[in-house]
Structures are given as structure tokens and as C-alpha cells.
Design a protein around this ligand. Structure first.
Ligand code: PMP
Length: 354
């Protein structure tokens, strides 16, 4: 029956990085340091947990389709912008692609970067075009606009996954001015960096800024993403969206989490302190970045060798070899709980050979 499946899905798609975890387990580490998935190691705000529990008895009813309370909390937090929300930023990306991309349409992607853009574009029948980043992994706006010319949509991630590299608001403004399509600025990790791109929304009607509650807000398991969208675009987004995307628990928890500014600030400052320690204490060069993970250049070793050795020592990290456009000597290490971070610093020190 496989002939019934669309050709886009016949090739293997997203493969979860479980290999390193398997190696750690085989080496006898029942509780390895889990630093491969850019998750927040800390639990959600206690206010979010309570809000989720309180609302669960109402789950016999469909949720509020307009996400009214969550959107109101977003406006209170960020100001009077237009927002949409969905099941993770991935859900938002899917919906945006549905509004813009038909068979054969080209979409630009600043590469190397988050793999889901390419998969989602293909699933929509579009064609992803890679726009290479510079050697330091930042984006040259002139090159970006030249290569992306004629595409309807472009993806740019800052801080970028997996490199961690960040863009200035000036670069983003330059792209918005010189690119005819819609720029999707993926800010999944922005809380850990702090650059403020929001004012650009007031100036450009071709900018969408994607955000998530999965990282700084510790709600990855509830799948809540949101985006700042231009006013003209919002009605089209809703026409393409799945009804009732955010469930009652997600809406209530995300609203409470957003209001608990102390919780998120505490987590961000702990992560930033550890990021600095990784930079200071890792014997290999760390790519400058603004996320809750760092990318490390382990040359002359291969990423696979170092990932395997770390796993054998009970530390699970991610090889960047699967990110198109990156040579095979980078690893990505998330900032985890203190004991996990200490385990990484010790293990990488043991592996290092000058
Ligand atoms: N963008 C980037 C750059 C990511 O790394 C991730 C998560 N891995 C996402 C988006 C998806 O986030 P969410 O959990 O909100 O779907």
C-alpha cells in the first residue's frame, strides 16, 4: 500500500537522536546527564502547575478557540501586538506554510539551522533553498536577500539552533527592507539572549516573530508556541489553522507561566551563568552564542567520536553532523541541571587532547 503515500514522506524523515542515550545505557549509566535536546531541566512554574490542575476538570468542554486569556497575557507581557498561538512553534510554522506555500514554491532557509523548516516545507509540497551563513555562522543580509529573492517565505533563526549565533536588530531590519517575501524570525531561545526584535514589528509588515513556551518557560511537554504577526496577515493565519489547537491545560498553564516573570528570570540567569562556565572551562573552542546550549568545535576529532566517548562517560550530547551545511566536528551541548553540567565539564576535560 506504500504507493499511496506522498513521495515527500517515502524517505526517512526526522530521526530522534537516541543513539548516544543507548550508548550511555549500554555502558551502565542508568541516569545519564541528558544534554542533547535543548530542554529546560527545571520544572515549570508552580503557578503553571496549579493552573493546569485547576482547569483539568473542565476538559469535557472544547477549549476557548481564540486562546483569549493567553493572548491577553501576551499583550500584557509584550505590548499591543498581534499574536497567534499553536501547538509549539512547530505548529505555527506548519500553519504559516499552509497559508503561503503551494506545490513547487521555494522557501529560503539560512543554513545550517533547525531541521524542521526543511521537513515542513517539503511536507507542504514546497522546495527549501539553503542560504549559507558566514564562517562565523551569522547571516550577511546582502547575501541573504540576493539568494532569497523570489521566494515567498524565508526562515532565519536567532539564537540559531544548533550554532547559537545571534543576529542584530539592524541585520533583521535590513532583510525586512530588502526582501519581498515574509521573514519568519525564529526566536525559540531568545529569552536566554535578550535581544529585542519586537519594535521591528511596528515598522515592517513582512516580519513574523516566532516564540515558544518550550524553552525558558519549561513547558516543552505542553506544546505551546506563539508568534507576533502583522495585522494584515492574522485573518489568513486563522483560515488555515486547525480548530482548537491549544487544549485547556496548555492554555491555562501557559498563561500562568507567562505571568510568573520571577520564575523565568531566575532560570534565564542560572542558564546564562552556566553558559559562561561552559565557555570558560571547555578546553575546545565554543562558538559564541545566546541560547541555552552551546556548540563546540571538537576538531581534529569527529563529532561522532566525541559524542560516543561522552556517552560512555554518562553524558548524552548531540552530534551536529546531521545538520546540513556543518562539517563533522561540532557537538551541541544543552545547559542542564548543575550535576549534569559538572559531569559534562569533567568528561570533556578527560577527553581533550591538545
Ligand atoms: N525552533 C527552534 C529553533 C527549535 O530548536 C525548536 C525546538 N527544538 C522549535 C522551534 C520548536 O519549538 P516548539 O517546542 O515550540 O515546537
Amino acid at each position: 500500500m506504500k504507493h499511496l503515500i506522498r513521495k515527500e514522506f517515502l524517505e526517512e524523515g526526522y530521526v530522534f537522536a537516541t543513539r548516544a542515550a543507548d550508548i550511555a545505557r549500554a555502558a551502565g549509566h542508568t541516569r545519564p546527564a541528558r544534554l542533547a535536546s535543548n530542554e529546560n531541566p527545571y520544572p515549570p512554574s508552580s503557578k503553571a502547575i496549579k493552573a493546569a490542575a485547576d482547569v483539568l476538570p473542565t476538559a469535557n468542554r472544547y477549549p476557548d478557540e481564540t486562546n483569549r486569556e493567553f493572548i491577553a497575557a501576551l499583550k500584557k507581557r509584550h505590548g499591543d501586538y498581534q499574536f497567534v498561538a499553536s501547538v509549539g512553534m512547530d505548529g505555527i510554522i506548519d500553519t504559516i506554510l499552509r497559508t503561503l506555500i503551494s506545490d513547487g514554491d521555494r522557501v529560503a532557509v539560512a543554513t545550517p539551522t533547525y531541521s524542521y523548516y526543511g521537513l515542513a516545507v517539503r511536507a507542504q509540497g514546497g522546495v527549501a533553498i539553503s542560504v549559507p551563513r558566514k564562517d562565523d555562522f551569522s547571516v550577511d543580509p546582502a547575501v541573504f536577500c540576493r539568494e532569497a529573492a523570489g521566494t515567498k517565505l524565508a526562515f532565519l533563526c536567532t539564537p540559531n539552533n544548533p550554532t547559537g549565533s545571534t543576529e542584530t536588530p539592524k541585520t533583521i531590519a535590513n532583510i525586512c527592507e530588502n526582501y519581498d517575501g515574509i521573514l519568519f524570525l525564529d526566536c525559540a531561545y531568545i529569552e536566554f539572549d535578550g535581544t529585542d526584535y519586537r519594535p521591528l514589528m511596528k515598522k515592517y509588515d513582512n516580519l513574523i516573530i516566532g516564540r515558544t513556551m518550550s524553552k525558558a518557560y519549561s513547558l516543552a511537554g505542553l506544546r505551546v508556541g506563539y508568534a507576533f504577526v502583522p495585522e494584515w496577515y492574522e485573518p489568513f493565519y486563522h483560515r488555515a489553522a486547525t480548530p482548537f489547537t491549544l487544549n485547556v491545560v496548555s492554555q491555562a498553564a501557559a498563561t500562568a507561566a507567562l505571568r510568573d516573570t520571577v520564575h523565568v528570570k531566575t532560570i534565564v540567569s542560572v542558564v546564562q551563568e552556566w553558559r559562561q562556565r561552559f565557555i570558560d572551562e571547555c578546553p575546545y573552542p565554543v562558538v559564541p552564542g545566546g541560547a541555552n546550549f552551546v556548540m563546540i568545535d571538537v576538531a581534529p576529532h569527529t563529532a561522532e567520536d566525541v559524542v560516543t566517548e561522552l556517552a560512555q562517560k554518562g553524558v548524552v550530547v548531540r552530534s551536529c553532523a546531521s545538520f546540513p551545511g556543518l562539517p563533522n566536528h561540532y557537538i551541541r551541548v544543552s545547559i542542564g541541571e548543575p550535576w549534569e553540567n559538572e559531569a559534562f565539564i569533567t568528561a570533556i576535560g578527560e577527553i581533550y587532547q591538545p
